[in-house]
Design a protein around this ligand. Structure first.
Ligand code: HPA
Ligand code: ZN
Length: 336
């Protein structure tokens, strides 16, 4: 571990699974609450952190939706996104594809445009000031209706050039991908790339549906795919990427102990696994923290870490030319 930590820190990394609202640190939550004259149910940052003790996905989501209530103005969304990009710059993340949850905001009376403009202005500045490239993925909240998702898709269509893909998140169990078959079919005809959270808490059948019904380009999480050998064979054959989130899995009790995390097994099976931070402000760490935690627990070697970094580049929504530039960076680092 003595030498793996600095190796991870300097490794050029790509992030593919990050909910921007999940990067809201308690300090920023307090300062935005003050700016917007919102009363929080917590007295201090320490009290907020203490509340981040989850036994499942829903426990977390309840606090996550409450936390995002402090985001009101375009500048708030800018500040949130900028704070995340500063972490990326500090942790050598060179490209990031981030999720946002418009329904978490429009449902509270915030305009879709307010959210989108704040986030994209920060992403543009991230490219200019840090050289970090990015993509934006709009997620539908799966606990809400198909009709609500359709409305959200309609709102996004005029801004197609600023949103690379659509995804599916929130409470998984009881809300299978097939619930949104028609919304995703429409999104595909509009030219959006497709991702979906599947197999985090939900069964392997949800991963099959994400592939066959939604026709995803990547699977978010996908841990429970390992319960189904035919599914693993399919994912390997198609080179379908899984955006795995180790610290999230630990905090949401998807794994009981990091030493039991399936990441190494995924790589051994030939799955295109990647490492990501999901909701770093809630789960205890950004990209380097995720890489380090899993590397330590599973005794990963430099070759595993380079494979993970290459997988993320290959699974990104960049063009082939852009991918080859980033792959050269990772490969050059591996030889140095
Ligand atoms: N799973 C489902 N929905 C989410 C998550 C997650 O890990 N994070 C934010 N919304
Ligand atoms: Zn997620």
């Amino acid at each position: 571990m003595v030498e793996i930590a600095p190796f991870i820190e300097k490794l050029p990394k790509v992030e593919l699974h990050l909910h921007i609202e999940g990067s809201l640190e308690p300090e920023l939550m307090f300062s935005l609450a003050q700016r917007n004259k919102i009363k929080l149910p917590f007295k201090s940052v320490e009290e907020v952190r203490k509340a981040y003790d989850f036994s499942n996905l829903q426990d977390f989501l309840d606090i996550y939706y409450q936390g995002m209530g402090v985001l009101q103005t375009e500048q708030d969304f800018y500040d949130l996104t900028w704070a995340y990009l500063e972490k990326c710059a500090a942790q050598n993340v060179i490209h990031t594809e981030i999720f946002f949850d418009p329904q978490g905001h429009t449902g509270r009376g915030i305009k879709f445009e307010t959210v989108l403009n704040g986030i994209t202005r920060a992403l543009d500045d991230g490219k200019k000031k840090f050289g970090i490239s990015s993509g934006l993925i709009m997620c539908f909240l799966r606990h809400l209706s198909e009709e609500a998702a359709f409305k959200t898709l309609e709102q996004a269509i005029p801004y197609k050039s600023r949103i690379i893909g659509v995804g599916l998140d929130s409470s998984e169990k009881g809300h299978p991908p097939s619930k949104f078959a028609r919304v995703f079919a429409k999104a595909r005809t509009e030219g959006f790339l497709i991702v979906a959270h599947a197999g985090e808490e939900g069964p392997p059948e949800y991963v099959w549906e994400a592939l066959d019904v939604l026709k995803v380009n990547r699977i978010d999480h996908g841990n429970r795919s390992l319960e189904d050998t035919a599914l693993v064979a399919r994912l390997v054959k198609e080179g379908m990427a899984l955006t795995v989130c180790p610290l999230s899995n630990l905090k949401l009790c998807v794994v009981r102990d990091m030493r039991n995390h399936p990441l190494k097994k995924m790589l051994e099976l030939g799955l295109k696994a990647t490492v990501n931070s999901d909701d770093p402000a809630y789960f205890g760490g950004y990209m380097n923290d995720n890489y380090k935690a899993v590397a330590k627990a599973l005794n990963l070697e430099k070759s595993h870490l380079l494979t993970l970094a290459r997988n993320s580049v290959e699974a990104s929504f960049l063009t082939d030319a852009e991918k080859s530039v980033l792959l050269q960076k990772v490969n050059a680092y591996g030889r140095s």
